[in-house]
Write a protein that binds this ligand. Structure first.
Ligand SMILES: [Zn+2]
Length: 155
């Protein structure tokens, strides 16, 4: 990597991007409390403001090493630390993402609009399946099988 890229301010992680993000996007507030939270755009979980980390959607490293991305971010206000390239997420997802691209980028940009709903839909579907198994009497048949398998292979 040449020294221009290493020195260019707009291509470097700024020292205050977290504070700037939290100030510009304070998240959701639970009414009547001081507790605020975000939805993680990668997994859809609720993450409290205190535990939220701020992720560069296009990672700093990725932008530095990709010519097209460099061109894209050079002209932007605050470069790679532009607010549109930052998102609050849970720490687990942040560390799993690292400098990955592809679907991670899509989820970083738009996941906030569907990952929480998707998570709720999965829970609802699970409850519906268990309810259906219970209604049809299959649950009673399956439980001894399941406990046998757990005894045999897991415990
Ligand atoms: Zn997450």
């Amino acid at each position: 990597m040449n020294s221009y890229i290493e020195r260019a301010k707009e291509l470097k992680r700024s020292h205050n991007y977290r504070e700037r993000y939290f100030e510009a996007k304070p998240g959701h507030k639970l009414p009547g409390t001081n507790w605020s939270f975000y939805f993680c755009p990668y997994c859809g979980r609720v993450v409290s403001r205190k535990k939220a980390s701020v992720d560069h959607i296009y990672s700093v490293r990725k932008v530095q090493t990709d010519r097209a991305l460099r061109a894209k971010f050079k002209g932007l206000e605050d470069g790679v630390n532009n607010l549109n390239n930052l998102v609050a997420c849970c720490r687990k997802c942040n560390s799993r993402k690292g400098r990955k691209g592809g679907l991670w980028i899509l989820r970083g940009k738009y996941g906030i609009y569907f990952m929480p709903a998707l998570r709720v839909a999965v829970y609802v579907a699970l409850v519906a399946v268990v309810w259906w198994l219970w209604q049809t009497g299959l649950l009673a048949e399956l439980l001894p099988e399941a406990s046998y398998l757990i005894d045999r292979y897991i415990l």
